[in-house]
Design a binder for this molecule. Sequence first.
Ligand code: ATP
Ligand code: ZN
Length: 589
Amino acid sequence: MKDIKKIIIISLIVISIGLIAYGIYNFLNKPEYIKVSYSSFIEKVESGEIAEVHLNDEPELKGQLTDGQYFKTDNPRIDNLKEMLLMNSVNVVEVNEQHTLGEIIAFVGLIGGFIVLAIFLSRNNERQASKEYDKMSSIEYSSEKNKQLTFSSVAGNDEAKESLMELVDFLKNPDKYMRYGARMPKGVILYGPPGTGKTLMAKALASEAMVDFMAVSGSDFVQIYAGLGAARIRSLFKKAREKSKCVIFIDEIDAIGKKRDRGGLGGSDESDRTLNALLTEMSGFKGSEGIIVLAATNRLDTLDEALLRPGRFDRQIEVGLPDLKAREEILQLYSEDRPISPALDLGRLAQQTVYFSGAKLESLMNEAAIYAARDNAKSIEDYHVDKAFYKVIAGDEKKNRSQIAKQDRRITAFHEAGHTVATKLLASANKVTKVTIIPSTKGAGGFCMNIPPDKMFHTKLDMINNIKISLAGRVVEEIIFGKDNITTGASNDIQKATETLLMMIKHFGMSEKMGMLNYEMLMGQQAADGNLVKECNHSMEALYNETKELINDNIELVTEIANELLRKETLNEDEIDIIIENVSLRRTH
Ligand SMILES: Nc1ncnc2c1ncn2[C@@H]1O[C@H](COP(=O)(O)OP(=O)(O)OP(=O)(O)O)[C@@H](O)[C@H]1O
Ligand SMILES: [Zn+2]
C-alpha cells in the first residue's frame, strides 16, 4: 500500500513537470501578432513584404513579414491560395493540425507520466504476487517431537517394524554408515489398507531416532497455480536440510506420484512437474545428511515406476490388516488406560473383529468407553463394546458380531488350505513361509506365500505342479462347498495357471500334441488359433482332474489346516508341518 502512494506521487510530479514545461515554452515563444486585412495581406504578398505563411483550416491565417513582424489575417480558405503564395515566392508552411510544439511536449510529458505510472504499478504487482507466491509455496507441515512414542505403541506388523528399526541407527549415526560405504535408503514407501498404522510407524521411527518429524500430505501439493506444487516440494526439502536430521512423511503420495499416462489423456503437466521436483530433490540429497523420506499409500500399483527406482523410494514395506494375535495386542494397547471389566474377554473380541484395521479397533474401544461413561458404569462391559461395535461398522451390513464375515472366512480358509496342501505334497522344495486368511493388497482373500527354490531351469514337472498348486484353491472350493458355490476368489489363480500352460505349449515345446514349435512366431500376435485353444482346454481339464484326485485323497489334511486357519488366521511353516505330521501319524495307525 505504501508503495502505491509513492508511485502516484512520482507520477503526479512527472505530469506536472510536463505541464509546466509546456506553459514556459508557450510563454517564452508567444509572438505578438498584428492584424492585417485580407486585402492589405494580398497587397503585401504582391509587393513581396510577406516572408512566410502558415496554411491551415483555421478562421485566421498566421505568418511572418520580411521585417520579422508576425501578422494574422482572415483565412479565405480557397484552394489556390497556396499556388498564388508560391508564385509570389512566399515560404508556405502547411500546418495540418493545430498542435504546437509546446502541446506536443506536454503530450509527451503526459504519456511519459502514464508509462512511468504503469511500469511502477505493474512492478509493484509483480513484487506483491511473488511475495504471495513465496508465502504459498512455503509448505506448512506438522512437526511433532513425540518422546514417548516408540515401536511398542504399534501392535502387530512385525516385519514392517523390523525393517524400520534398521533405519533408527542410521538416522542417529549416518556418518558411521558412510564410512563403510553403505548406501542407505533415502525413501521408504509404506503401503496397505487405510488405518493400519502407517503414519503411526513413521512417527515412531522419528521419535525412536530422536529426530524431527515433518508430516505433509500429497494433496497439499495439488495446486491450481502452475508451479506451486513443485515450489512447495523444494521448500519442504529446504526446511528438512536446515534441520539436517529428520524424517519427512508424505501421506497419500499417490496424489502426486500417480502413474503418468502414456496416451497423454488425463495426466496433467502440473502434477508431472510436482513429481519431477520430488524426484530431483530426492536424488539431490546425500545419504550422509540423515534425512529419510517415508511415504504412505493405499495402493502401490498406482504409483509411477519412476518413484520406485533405486535412489528414490526403493524400499517398499507392506503394512497389512492385523491378524488375530495383532488384533488382541491392539485391543490390549487401547485398554491399558481404560477401566476394563474383568469379564470382558479381549481374546474373544479379537476373534470377532476379523478385517478390522487398527484404527477401527481403536475407535471400537473409544466408543465403548463413551457408552460406559454415559451409563456412569464402573467399568467398560461387554454390552458397551457390543453397542460400540454396531456404531463402528455402521454402514456395513448389520451382522451379529460373532458372525461377521463367517462364510467368507470359511471359504478363504479352505481355499488357502488347498494351495498349502498342494504345495506341500507336490513341491516339497518350495518354502511355504506364511498362509493367512487376512486379505492383503496382493490377494483378494487370503494368500499362501510360496517361495520356489532358486534354479536356472524349470522342468516340465515343475511347471505342471505349479499349475496344479494354482488350481488347488478352486478344487477345494468345489469339493467342500459344491459346484454351484465356487467363488470369484480363484481369478488370479486361473490367470497364473493359463499363463504357465501357454508358455509350456507356445515357447517350450512341452506339449506332445502341439510339437516343438514356437507358436508366437508361427502365428504372430493372433494367438486365438482353434487348435491351440483346444489343446489348452484339454490339458487344463486333465490337470484339474488330477488335482482333484490329489485333494480328495488328502481332504482330511486340508480340513485340518483350514480349521487351524479359522482359529489362528495365520500359520507359519512350522505350524503347517506339525499338522501334516499329526495327520499322517493318524493315517498310518
Ligand atoms: N498397528 C497398530 N497399532 C496400534 N494402533 C494402531 C495400529 N494401526 C492403527 N492404529 C490406530 O489407528 C490410528 C490411525 O492409524 P494411522 O493414521 O497410522 O493409519 P494409516 O495407515 O496411516 O492410515 P491412512 O492410510 O488412512 O493414512 C492410529 O493413530 C492408532 O491409534
Ligand atoms: Zn487362490
